[in-house]
Design a protein around this ligand. Structure first.
Ligand SMILES: Cc1cc2nc3c(=O)[nH]c(=O)nc-3n(C[C@H](O)[C@H](O)[C@H](O)COP(=O)(O)OP(=O)(O)OC[C@H]3O[C@@H](n4cnc5c(N)ncnc54)[C@H](O)[C@@H]3O)c2cc1C
Length: 418
């Protein structure tokens, strides 16, 4: 089927869906309160990793034992805002339960692999189609460790990656010094995920996808949706006063999707895993392979704007002001990882905070709502929204054409009773 469709939200998910829907023959209106690719969306400031290895959920066996330590460690990769704890607790318990056993994590990894295994190839094609080849590079992605023992301490993660066919090569200290001399001597072992890709400017990329979509007839309305209605026909009320009706609506408003759907009585458990970046804008980055040093657990990505250090998981209410101390943690890890950064005594830094839209079971929500079949969910991508966007857009189209395959069923909103 085709017809009129409204896509709410112009982050990477909504932008890619709008473009592919136009290709599939739909008459598309895309709305957002901000220009596509703006700092308001998670799609602006993320690490830009397009990694087939990102199939490991955040919630892993034994994590619950580490939570008290995380609460106390100011330099750790995960923090929980005490004041937000009462509101977070139901989500947090489901999140910990999702990773409570190896069997659960194995199942989640296989499901994520369905979304991510060919992400790099899909993005190379999307970049070609939108004239942005320069922004997507397939140089592989590097996970760096102090030594082999630190790598082996993550045995379960790499076992799951192997089981799912993620190709990687091990680098010893000599390989590291030769191929990535900018990385400091504290790292003596690494794993190169050979097919991994990255984006050099995700905000620009999203804007470019929307520009290409507009050339194909997609109408962009810069006005946020204030309500989604579903009586007689699906409708979107825009803040500018107009109400648009359509045959179908795709909700791709990232962390704000849950709030929008609540008006319809739909409740999807989603919390923000707030993340930060620091971009060091001084000079050329002396390497072209993105790195994840195990000690800081952050994605270090060469971008058009400089070296971007992105990471941290801060569980806190969406409306809390950023805690820039979290960004400084990233900066401290970077200074310890890359000695060359210390040469610049007055680096130009840009700081950013964004919301990973995260479900407790670590899977995005993709597909029609059970009680509102004209409304299709496309949100909840947590840590993998960039990598999974092109596949998500295809799953949205499959759902609209009543072709939901077995592999796509775990993402349906019906798993939350919706
Ligand atoms: C620090 C950090 C690092 C990350 N690193 C990576 C990575 O390396 N690789 C990866 O794959 N993923 C990564 N992610 C995750 C990724 O950024 C997200 O999963 C992805 O951007 C989500 O895309 P989205 O389109 O769903 O949401 P968003 O990009 O947030 O877009 C949602 C859009 O909806 C709009 N909107 C909100 N409310 C309304 C409304 N009422 N009406 C209309 N529009 C509305 C917003 O303005 C926004 O433009 C990272 C995230 C963070 C925070």
């Amino acid at each position: 089927m085709t017809g009129r469709i409204i896509v709410v939200g112009a982050g990477i998910i909504g932008a890619t869906a709008a473009l592919k829907l136009a290709d599939a023959g739909w008459q598309v209106t895309l709305c957002d309160g901000h220009p596509p690719g703006s700092e308001a969306g998670a799609s602006y400031g993320n690490g830009g990793w397009i990694s087939p290895a990102s199939i490991i959920p955040m919630s892993m066996p034994g994590l619950w034992r580490q939570v008290p330590g995380f609460l106390l460690d100011r330099n750790g990769p995960l923090t929980i805002d005490w004041a937000s704890l009462p509101q977070l607790t139901p989500w947090l318990l489901r999140f910990l339960w999702a990773g409570a056993s190896k069997a659960r994590v194995r199942r989640t990894a296989a499901r994520l692999n369905f979304l991510l295994h060919d992400g790099p190839e899909r993005h190379l094609e999307l970049a070609r189609q939108t004239g942005q080849e320069r922004l997507i590079l397939q140089n592989g992605l590097l996970y760096a460790y102090p030594d082999r023992a630190a790598f082996e301490a993550e045995a379960l993660s790499w076992e799951l990656r192997r089981e799912n066919g993620v190709a990687y090569a091990e680098w010893d200290e000599a390989d590291l010094r030769r191929r990535l001399p900018a990385l400091g001597p504290a790292y003596r072992f690494a794993v190169h995920v050979t097919k991994g890709a990255h984006c050099r400017d995700t905000g620009r990329y999203v804007a470019g996808i929307v520009e290409a979509a507009r050339r194909k007839g997609v109408e962009f309305r810069q006005s946020p949706a204030t309500a989604i209605l579903d009586a007689v026909t699906p409708r979107v009320v825009l803040q500018d006063g107009e109400t648009l009706s359509a045959d179908r609506i795709v909700v791709a408003a990232g962390i704000h999707s849950g709030r929008l759907l609540r008006g319809l009585g739909v409740r999807i458990p989603m919390q923000s895993e707030r993340g930060y970046h620091v971009t060091v804008a001084s000079g050329e980055t002396p390497f072209e392979i993105p790195v994840m040093p195990s000690t800081g657990r952050m994605a270090n990505t060469p971008t058009d704007m400089g070296l971007r250090l992105s990471g941290q998981v801060e569980l806190a209410r969406v409306d809390k002001p950023p805690n820039w101390e979290r960004a400084q943690v990233l900066q401290r890890h970077a200074l310890a990882s890359y000695p060359y950064l210390s040469d610049d005594k007055a680096p130009r830094l840009r700081l950013w905070m964004g919301h990973r839209p995260s479900t407790p079971d670590g899977l995005p929500v993709i597909g029609p709502l059970s009680r509102h079949p004209g409304i299709v969910a496309a949100f909840g991508h947590g840590h993998i929204g960039i990598a999974a966007a092109p596949k998500t857009a295809d799953l949205v189209i499959d759902a609209l054409e009543d072709r939901i395959g077995e592999d796509a069923r775990p993402f349906l909103p019906s798993r939350f009773g919706q």
